[in-house]
Design a binder for this molecule. Structure first.
Ligand SMILES: Nc1nc2c(c(=O)[nH]1)N[C@H]1C(S)=C(S)[C@@H](COP(=O)(O)OP(=O)(O)OC[C@H]3O[C@@H](n4cnc5c(=O)[nH]c(N)nc54)[C@H](O)[C@@H]3O)O[C@H]1N2
Ligand SMILES: Nc1nc2c(c(=O)[nH]1)N[C@H]1C(S)=C(S)[C@@H](COP(=O)(O)OP(=O)(O)OC[C@H]3O[C@@H](n4cnc5c(=O)[nH]c(N)nc54)[C@H](O)[C@@H]3O)O[C@H]1N2
Ligand SMILES: [Mo]
Length: 767
C-alpha cells in the first residue's frame, strides 16, 4: 500500500533471546511458591501496604471483581483471600505505581517503541492522559479530552457509510460500559462489533446455541461439589483459571473423579496444593487427575467418537448405560449419532487420537457407571477449523448420558476475560438479534441496523482492503491478539484513525492508523467517583451470575475517565444533541444505564437490587430442560466429521498456548514455572523422538514456518525444548507465534482463528 504513514515501525518487535534457564516441569500447582511469586509481583508493582490492603478486597462481597479470568466466586469466600497467583499478577499489572505520561511519549517515538517487546511495552506503566499521534509525526503528544472527542466525531462523519467503522471490544469492560458502547455503535448505524470472543469462545457459543439453545454453559459452581466425573479438555486451569482447582479438589474430596484430555500433562491437572487452606500449603497436596488421556492435537473428536462407540456396546449389553428416558423426552437425532460412530473402525479412531486403549477403557467404564458428568473446556477445543464440532461432540456425550439439567452435571465452557460473557449478554456482537433490536427501538426510539456486522477476522480483512477506515477499541490489544500479525498491522495502518480506550500501553498503540488516539481509562480496582460518591458497576461470571464490582484504589491520574463517560461523550459529540438518547447524561449515570439494561435485556429485572451480595443468576434454559426454541423443541444431537489435516511427512501441528506468566498479550514475566522454563518465551516444545528424527538437540535454534495458500509465514528464533508432547505436535507461546496464523483460515461457523492447529515446518538455524 503506498499511502500508509511513512513511519518506520517494527511490527513484530525483537526476536532476540533473553537467557533461558530450564528445570524439570513442576509436579504440583500452587502451594507456597504460588503465594510467594504472587506477592513478589504485587509488592514490586504496588508496594507492600497497597498490595495487602487491595488484596483484602479482591473477589469479596463489597470489593472488586478480579481483573483476571471469569471463574465465579464461592458463596463463602475463603478467609485467606479469594484470589490466586495469576489474579494477583493481573491486579499488580493494573494497579502498578508506574506511569506513562507526556514525558514518556516525548522521549520515545512510536518507531523506537516498536522495537520493544510486548513485555517491555507493557511494563512501562499506566496511561495517564489522552494522547494523539498526528499523521505527520512519530511522537504522541497530549490532547484534551474535548479535542479527542471532536476528532473522533469528525472522522466518523467523514465515512461514506457507517459500515466503514469498526468497533472492537475486549472482555474486561463492565456491563454498563459494554451496553452503552453497543447502543452507540447501533445508533451510529453499524453492527461492526468484533470482540475478543471471536478469537476465544465463539465456537462454544455457536455449538451450544445450535444444540442446546443457549450459547453459555449450564453448570453452577455448586455442581462441582456433586459431580461424579469431571472431564477437563483443552484447558490449563493451573495457569489460566487457578481458582478452578479448588472446585476440582472439592469434587475429589466428595468422591468424584477427574479426567483430563490434553496433549500436555499440565501441572495443575496433576497435583494441587490449595494456597487458601493451611493444610493445602503444608501437605503434599491433592492429586487432581485420575486418568489423563494424552490426545494428539485436534483429535478430540476421534477420541470422543471412540468413547461413544464403546459406550454404545456396553449399553447394548447392559441396557442402562445411556439415559434412554432422557434421550426420548428431550433430544433429537439419537439414531443418527449411533449410526455415525459405526462409520469409523475402532482401530482407525485409536490410531488417530493416539491414546492408549486401556486408559480409554477405564474412562468408558467410569462414564458407563455415572451420570453426574461435567465437561469443562477452553481454547484447546475452540481454536481449530472444526472448533464448533469439537464442542458438539462433547454435547453428544452429555446428551447420551442425560447429563444436563440436573445437579452435578452439564456443560462448562471456561471463559477467558473477566466479563467477556457479560459483554455479549448486554449486546456486544456482530450478529443481528431481532429481539434486541426491537427492545432497543422500544426503549430508545431509534431503529438499530439489521445487517450483520463484521467479526474480528472479517474486520481485519475490511481494513486491509480499505473498506473500513476508522477503528475504535474498547480495551484489548488488537494487533498482538489477532492472527497474522503482519497482515493485521497493515490493516490497522491502512485506517485513517485508530482509537484505543486503554489502561496500559500496548503494541496496538504503536502500530496504528495514520492518526491515532490513546484514551486512558480507569482500571477495575480504582475508585470511580461522581460528586464524591463511589460508583459500582456489574459483571457476569463464567456461570451466568451477575454481581457488583467496586474499585477502591486512588486512580493513577486525575485525568482518567471511566469507560461509560468516554463512550457517552464520544456519542454526544458525534450526535451534537440530534438524537433521541441523552448520551452525555447516560454516560455519567450508571444507575440510569442499569435501568435501561433492565428494560432492554432479558433477565436483568431489578438489576440494581439483585446485583447486591453474591448477585443473581441469569435465565438458562438448559438448567430448566427447556429446549422449546430448538427444532421440534428438542436438544439436538450432531453429526461431526473427523478433523481433516493434510500434514505432510516433514510437517508438524503447532498449538499456540499461554505461559504461566502472561495474561493474553500482557506479559507479566518470562517464567513458565509449571513447565520448568525460565527467563525465555521464544521456545518450542517438541517430542524427543521428533528431535532425533530431525537431528535436533536441546536448545537448538529453529525458525517456524507455516505455508497456507502458497504464502509462507515465518517466526524467527525459537529454542527447541524436549517435552512430553505427542509426536508430530509442537507447542509455543502466543503472541510471538501469531505471525504464523493465516488470517483467512478459521473455524467453520464461528470464524475463530486456528491458533491451536497451525501446520508448520521447522527450519534449523545454523549457529
Ligand atoms: N493467567 C492467565 N489467565 C487467563 C489467561 C491468561 O492469558 N493468563 N487468558 C484468559 C483467556 S482470555 C482465556 S480464553 C483463557 C484460556 O485458557 P486456556 O484455554 O486454558 O489457555 P491456553 O493456554 O490457550 O491453553 C489451552 C490448553 O489446551 C491444550 N490444547 C491445545 N490444543 C488442544 C487440542 O487439540 N485438544 C486438547 N484436548 N487440548 C488442547 C493445551 O495443551 C493447553 O493446556 O484463560 C483466561 N485466563
Ligand atoms: N495465537 C493465539 N492468539 C490468540 C489466542 C491464542 O490462544 N493463541 N487467544 C485469543 C483469546 S482467547 C483472546 S480472549 C484474545 C485476547 O485479546 P484482547 O482482549 O484484545 O487482548 P488482551 O491482551 O487481553 O488486552 C490487553 C490490553 O487491554 C487493556 N485493558 C486491560 N484492562 C482494561 C480495562 O479495564 N479497560 C480497558 N479499556 N482496557 C483494559 C490494556 O491496555 C491491555 O494492554 O487473544 C486471542 N489471540
Ligand atoms: Mo479468551
Amino acid at each position: 500500500m503506498s499511502d500508509i504513514t511513512k513511519r518506520n515501525i517494527s511490527v513484530v518487535g525483537p526476536t532476540e533471546f533473553t537467557g533461558i534457564k530450564l528445570k524439570d516441569p513442576a509436579e504440583y500447582a500452587a502451594g507456597i511458591p504460588a503465594v510467594k511469586v504472587a506477592l513478589q509481583h504485587a509488592f514490586k508493582e504496588m508496594g507492600v501496604v497497597k498490595s495487602l490492603h487491595t488484596l483484602s478486597y479482591m473477589n469479596q462481597k463489597d470489593g472488586f471483581d478480579c481483573p483476571g479470568c471469569a471463574w465465579p466466586d464461592p458463596e463463602k469466600p475463603s478467609k485467606l483471600g479469594e484470589y490466586c497467583e495469576n489474579g494477583v499478577k493481573a491486579l499488580a499489572e493494573e494497579a502498578t505505581n508506574k506511569k506513562v505520561g507526556k514525558g514518556f511519549f516525548a522521549k520515545y517515538s512510536v518507531e523506537e517503541l516498536s522495537n520493544w517487546s510486548d513485555y517491555q511495552i507493557g511494563k512501562s506503566g499506566r496511561l495517564t492522559e489522552p494522547m494523539i499521534l498526528k499523521a505527520d509525526s512519530v511522537y504522541y503528544e497530549p490532547i484534551s479530552w474535548g479535542d479527542a472527542y471532536q476528532l473522533i466525531a469528525k472522522e466518523l462523519h467523514k465515512l461514506d457509510t457507517p459500515n466503514e467503522g469498526v468497533f472492537y471490544t475486549s472482555g474486561r469492560s463492565s456491563n454498563e460500559a459494554a451496553f452503552l458502547y453497543g447502543l452507540f455503535v447501533r445508533a451510529f448505524g453499524t453492527n461492526n462489533m468484533p470482540d475478543c470472543s471471536n478469537m476465544c469462545h465463539e465456537s462454544s457459543g455457536v455449538a451450544l446455541s445450535e444444540t442446546l439453545g443457549i450459547g453459555k454453559g449450564s453448570v453452577k459452581l455448586e455442581d462441582f461439589d456433586q459431580a461424579e466425573v469431571i472431564i477437563v479438555m483443552g484447558q490449563n486451569p493451573g495457569t489460566n483459571h487457578p481458582r478452578m482447582l479448588s472446585a476440582l479438589q472439592k469434587c475429589k474430596e466428595n468422591g468424584g473423579q477427574i479426567i483430563s484430555i490434553n496433549p500436555l500433562e499440565e501441572a495443575g491437572l496433576i497435583r494441587f496444593k490449595n494456597p487458601q487452606e493451611v493444610k493445602g500449603v503444608l501437605s503434599s497436596g491433592t492429586s487432581i487427575t485420575d486418568i489423563h488421556l494424552q490426545v494428539k492435537i485436534n483429535q478430540d473428536v476421534s477420541l470422543l467418537k471412540l468413547i461413544i462407540k464403546k459406550l454404545k456396546v456396553l449399553d447394548q449389553e447392559r441396557g442402562n448405560v445411556f439415559d434412554h428416558k432422557f434421550i426420548d423426552t428431550y433430544t433429537q437425532g439419537y439414531e443418527d449419532v449411533l449410526k455415525d460412530v459405526e462409520k469409523h473402525s475402532q482401530e482407525d479412531l485409536l490410531a488417530l487420537c493416539g491414546v492408549e486403549e486401556d486408559k480409554i477403557d477405564d474412562v468408558v467404564e467410569l462414564l458407563a457407571n455415572n451420570d453426574k458428568i461435567i465437561i469443562c473446556w477452553a481454547m484447546g477445543l475452540t481454536q481449530h477449523k472444526n472448533g464448533v464440532d469439537n464442542i458438539k461432540e462433547c454435547v453428544n456425550l452429555l446428551l447420551l448420558k442425560g447429563s444436563l439439567g440436573k445437579p452435578g452435571a452439564g456443560t462448562c465452557p471456561v471463559r477467558g476475560h473477566s466479563n467477556v460473557q457479560g459483554d455479549r449478554t448486554v449486546g456486544i456482537m456482530h450478529h443481528v438479534s431481532p429481539a434486541l433490536n426491537e427492545s432497543i427501538q422500544k426503549t430508545f426510539g431509534f431503529n438499530p441496523p439489521d445487517k450483520e456486522g463484521l467479526d474480528t477476522v472479517h474486520a481485519i480483512e475490511a481494513m486491509y482492503e480499505g473498506k473500513a477506515k476508522v477503528f475504535i477499541a474498547l480495551g484489548g490489544n488488537f494487533l498482538s491478539a489477532a492472527a497474522d500479525t503482519e497482515y493485521t498491522a497493515q490493516a490497522l495502518q491502512n485506517c485513517n484513525l485508530t482509537v484505543n480506550i486503554s489502561t496500559k500501553l500496548n503494541r496496538t498503540h504503536v502500530v496504528t492508523g495514520k492518526t491515532a488516539l490513546i484514551l486512558p481509562t480507569l482500571g477495575r480496582s480504582e475508585l470511580d467517583e461522581k460528586n464524591s460518591k463511589p460508583r459500582f458497576f456489574t459483571v457476569e461470571n463464567s456461570m451466568g451470575k451477575v454481581h457488583r464490582s467496586k474499585g477502591l484504589l486512588k486512580p493513577v491520574s486525575d485525568t482518567l475517565k471511566s469507560e461509560p463517560e468516554i463512550i457517552g461523550r464520544i456519542a454526544d459529540t458525534y450526535f451534537k444533541g440530534n438524537h433521541p438518547v441523552d448520551w452525555k447524561n447516560l454516560g455519567e449515570d450508571y444507575e440510569l444505564i442499569r435501568k435501561k439494561i433492565e428494560l432492554t435485556i432479558k433477565g436483568f429485572k431489578d438489576l440494581n437490587q439483585k446485583s447486591q451480595g453474591s448477585g443473581f443468576y441469569l435465565p438458562n434454559n438448559v438448567r430448566d430442560l427447556d429446549f422449546s426454541k430448538l427444532p421440534n423443541q428438542k436438544a439436538q444431537f450432531s453429526i461431526c466429521d473427523l478433523p481433516k489435516h493434510l500434514v505432510k511427512e516433514n510437517e508438524f501441528i503447532l498449538m499456540t498456548i499461554r505461559s504461566h506468566d502472561q495474561f493474553n498479550t500482557t506479559i507479566y514475566g518470562l517464567d513458565d514455572r509449571y513447565r520448568g522454563i525460565y527467563n525465555e518465551r521464544r521456545i518450542v516444545l517438541m517430542n524427543k523422538k521428533d528431535m532425533n528424527k530431525y537431528a535436533l538437540k536441546k536448545l537448538d535454534v529453529v525458525n517456524l514456518i507455516s505455508c497456507y495458500d502458497n504464502k509462507e509465514r515465518k517466526a524467527f528464533n525459537f529454542l527447541v525444548i524436549p517435552y512430553n508432547i505427542p509426536q508430530g505436535n509442537l507447542a509455543s507461546y502466543f503472541p510471538e507465534t501469531n505471525v504464523l496464523v493465516p488470517y483467512n483460515h478459521f473455524a467453520d461457523k464461528s470464524h475463530t482463528p486456528i491458533s491451536k492447529s497451525i501446520v508448520v515446518t521447522v527450519e534449523k538455524v545454523n549457529s
